[in-house]
Every structure is written in structure tokens, then in C-alpha cells.
Design a protein around this ligand. Structure first.
Ligand SMILES: Cc1cc2nc3c(=O)[nH]c(=O)nc-3n(C[C@H](O)[C@H](O)[C@H](O)COP(=O)(O)OP(=O)(O)OC[C@H]3O[C@@H](n4cnc5c(N)ncnc54)[C@H](O)[C@@H]3O)c2cc1C
Length: 378
């Protein structure tokens, strides 16, 4: 039998985990093609480290050159069109036919959706945005900084809270905190809605540090001339530095494929399959009732991998997607907390909070290094 042709679009959290599991379990029995337009992977949370000068981009870039796995071929190509019915993908280099097609293309940023963001503000959600802020932050010594979210859903819901707390530490170390104000604007009523304990701990951490917390609001626009941010209820906030989370959207090529509904790709919450047979979507590009975060993309990829492995082995199909994951949250002062969330097994999402500690700093480091080793052999 010819090997099953699995084409995975996107080599982020979801694509890397799926390719790795397939390679480990079935090797050359599947011909896995993993396509990404970039030459390297960067963990989302590394952007915070780059922005605050705790590391450099070179240190956190994981080159796809190091991805050497039996049965997996990595291609650095840009996907330009997807035909889900024919399971055919066109890139800037050629055409790829698939027996199984998996979309793991993540979410893109729509900077133009927020007037003034490009001219007056900065975003810290892209690698280039984080690098730019690493240049700008040393110059910020007085005035008001706003960490502002421009729309939901957005990746890693705790990340804006982490940015505000780390900014407090950064300014304190530089001896300029007293001359600066920090405000955080998020569209949810609490920082981490499924976990009241996590939210309470974050709100308390803001209060202890004199960080102004503005919940239930999003940034509607920025005025470059007056350096004023306008919220969705019309409130105006003057700023000297704006650190934004841009509005997210599915990549244009996914929208053009006709696979999206309400912005993202609807999939079965059990199997991650789209309405097209043999076409799956995992991670940030999909709508499955979980937040946009790497741990959930990885968990979804594992479910697709387990199902494909069972099919190849002629074995019984495994259980469906559980929607569970743990997120580490930087509280500053060298401590990290953790929230274990469960989105799909009960009537409503739940979250259990682990207090910030030094032990969890090590645990988060292990989380990153285990993936680095597993995916890149480093
Ligand atoms: C500041 C910040 C902090 C974060 N912290 C955490 C954290 O602590 N824990 C956590 O779990 N998550 C965290 N996240 C979220 C996490 O990074 C994402 O949710 C995760 O990467 C999603 O995985 P994915 O596989 O769906 O997509 P991605 O990892 O985004 O991968 C998508 C891939 O598709 C590629 N691609 C897109 N379009 C094309 C195209 N047309 N052609 C070819 N390739 C294309 C991209 O280059 C990319 O490599 C954080 C994110 C940010 C921004």
C-alpha cells in the first residue's frame, strides 16, 4: 500500500506535535509533508522575554532545519490556496495533494482593524513587534503605559496581564516606576474568566503594584496626534507608550478557502474534523470552544494524530478531545503561577489555580525544553 499522504499546513504548536507523533508512531508508513512560510518556530511566551530584554530573538528561534524526523518532510513554502473538497493545497512553489489535510495555520493579526494602532501604538504579539518594543522600552522613563487588547478572541488570555506585571518589574529595576503609570484594558470582566481564583490573584497583584485594571473594555482606536486611546464605550485615555494586543483573524488563505464561519474554522469538538471528510483543523485557526493557546493546539493535534495512527493500525478509534490544558502565568518578582483549565468536559469551563512560586518557574522552563527536545532534537 502506498503511504498515507498527510499534509500539515503550519508548523506551530499544533503542526509540530502532529508531525512528531505521526513520525514516532508510524514513521515511513505515512508520508507527512509539513509546510510553513517561516524558517523557524518561536514560542509565544518568548515574545515577552524578547520584549523585556530578557533574551534575544536569536536565542529563542528554533530553526526548522533541525526538524529531522522519519517520514516527515518540512517545506518552507507559503500556502496560497486550499481546496478542501479535493484536499489540494497550492503554495508559492507548487501543488500538494493529500489523503489527509490538517490546517494548523494559527491566527493572524489585523492591525488595520484598530485605527491608529500602526501609527500611534506598538503590538507585542508578533516577533517583530516584540523586537521593536525591546528597542523602545529602555527609552520609556515617565508617563502612562497602556497594555490594551483590541479585540477578542485573542491568543493566550493571561498574556496581557503578564505584560503589565512584567512591565512593573522592568520599570522598578530601572528605578523609574514611581514616574510611570500602568493601565491594562481587557475585554473580559476578569483576567482569566474560567478561573475566579486566578483572576482574583491577578487583580490583587495589579492592586499591590498600583496597576490600573480596566475590565470589560477593548481598545477601539488610537489617536496619533494627541496620543489618546479610545475605548469601545468612548472613554479616552492619554498614553505615552501603548503596548497592544491586535485584533486577531484567521489567515486570509483560510478565509478564501470557504472553510471559516464567524471568522474561524468550525470543527467537531471530538474529532477536530471539518465538514469536509479527511480535512481537519487544530489550534488557533479552529473554533472548538477552547482558548487560543499552544497547549490547546497541541492537545487537539494529539487527538488527530491518535486517530490517524489507529486508522493505519486498523485499531479502534481513541477517545475524543478533552479541551484541557495548563497555562503558566508570569506574576513578576521571579514567580510563575499556573491555571489548569477544563473547557469541554463539564457544563461550563472550570479552572484550578496554583499559587505563583519559584518551583513553577522551573516547571515552565521544562515545558519549553521538553518541546524543544521532542520537536527539534535540541
Ligand atoms: C505573547 C504571547 C504569549 C503566549 N504565551 C503562551 C503560553 O504561555 N502558553 C501557551 O500555551 N500559549 C501561549 N501563547 C499562544 C500560542 O503561541 C498560540 O496559541 C499557539 O502558537 C497556537 O498554535 P497553532 O499551532 O494553532 O498556531 P501557530 O503556533 O501560530 O502556528 C501557525 C503557523 O502557521 C504558519 N502560517 C500561517 N500562514 C501561513 C501560510 N499562508 N503559509 C504557510 N505557513 C503559514 C505560521 O508561520 C506559523 O508557524 C502565547 C502567545 C503570545 C502572542
Amino acid at each position: 500500500m502506498p503511504p498515507l499522504r498527510v499534509v500539515i499546513l503550519g508548523a506551530g504548536f499544533g503542526g509540530l506535535e502532529l508531525a512528531t507523533m505521526l513520525s514516532e508512531a508510524v514513521g515511513d508508513e505515512a508520508a507527512v509533508t509539513l509546510i510553513d512560510k517561516s524558517d523557524a518556530f518561536v514560542f509565544g511566551y518568548s515574545k515577552l522575554d524578547v520584549m523585556f530584554g530578557r533574551t534575544t530573538l536569536d536565542q529563542v528561534r528554533l530553526s526548522y532545519r533541525d526538524l529531522v524526523k522519519p517520514g516527515v518532510r518540512f517545506l518552507q513554502e507559503t500556502v496560497t490556496s486550499i481546496d478542501p473538497e479535493a484536499r489540494r493545497v497550492t503554495t508559492d512553489v507548487g501543488v500538494h495533494e493529500a489523503d489527509v489535510l490538517v490546517l494548523a495555520l494559527g491566527a493572524d493579526y489585523d492591525l488595520d482593524a484598530t485605527p491608529g494602532l500602526v501609527e500611534a501604538g506598538n503590538e507585542f504579539y508578533s516577533v517583530s513587534g516584540a523586537e521593536r518594543l525591546a528597542q523602545l522600552l529602555p527609552e520609556f522613563s515617565h508617563g502612562r503605559a497602556i497594555v490594551g487588547v483590541c479585540g477578542a478572541p485573542f491568543k493566550c488570555p493571561p498574556a496581557p496581564s503578564e505584560a503589565a506585571l512584567l512591565l512593573h518589574d522592568y520599570l522598578s529595576v530601572r528605578g523609574v516606576r514611581a514616574a510611570c503609570e500602568i493601565s491594562i484594558v481587557i475585554p473580559f470582566a476578569t483576567p482569566v474568566p474560567p478561573s475566579p481564583d486566578t483572576s482574583a490573584a491577578l487583580v490583587a497583584a495589579f492592586a499591590e503594584r498600583g496597576i490600573e485594571f480596566i475590565p470589560g473594555r477593548r481598545i477601539a482606536s488610537l489617536d496619533a496626534g494627541s496620543s489618546v486611546a479610545r475605548l469601545d464605550d468612548g472613554t479616552e485615555l492619554a498614553f505615552d507608550l501603548f503596548l497592544g494586543v491586535p485584533k486577531h483573524r484567521a489567515p486570509e488563505v483560510v478565509i478564501q478557502s470557504g472553510l471559516t464561519e464567524d471568522g474561524y474554522v468550525p470543527v467537531s469538538s471530538q474529532t477536530l474534523e471539518t465538514r469536509f471528510p479527511g480535512v481537519y483543523a487544530v489550534g488557533d485557526v479552529a473554533t472548538v470552544g477552547v482558548p487560543k493557546a499552544g497547549v490547546f493546539a497541541e492537545g487537539a493535534a494529539r487527538v488527530v494524530a491518535a486517530s490517524l495512527i489507529a486508522t493505519l493500525r486498523g485499531a479502534e478509534q481513541p477517545g475524543g478531545y478533552g479541551g484541557r490544558g495548563s497555562c503558566y502565568i508570569e506574576f513578576g518578582a521571579g514567580r510563575i503561577g499556573r491555571v489548569d483549565v477544563d473547557f469541554l468536559s463539564g457544563p461550563k469551563p472550570t479552572g484550578t489555580f496554583r499559587e505563583p512560586s519559584v518551583a513553577l518557574v522551573d516547571e515552565k522552563r521544562d515545558f519549553g525544553s521538553s518541546r524543544r527536545a521532542r520537536w527539534f532534537g535540541r
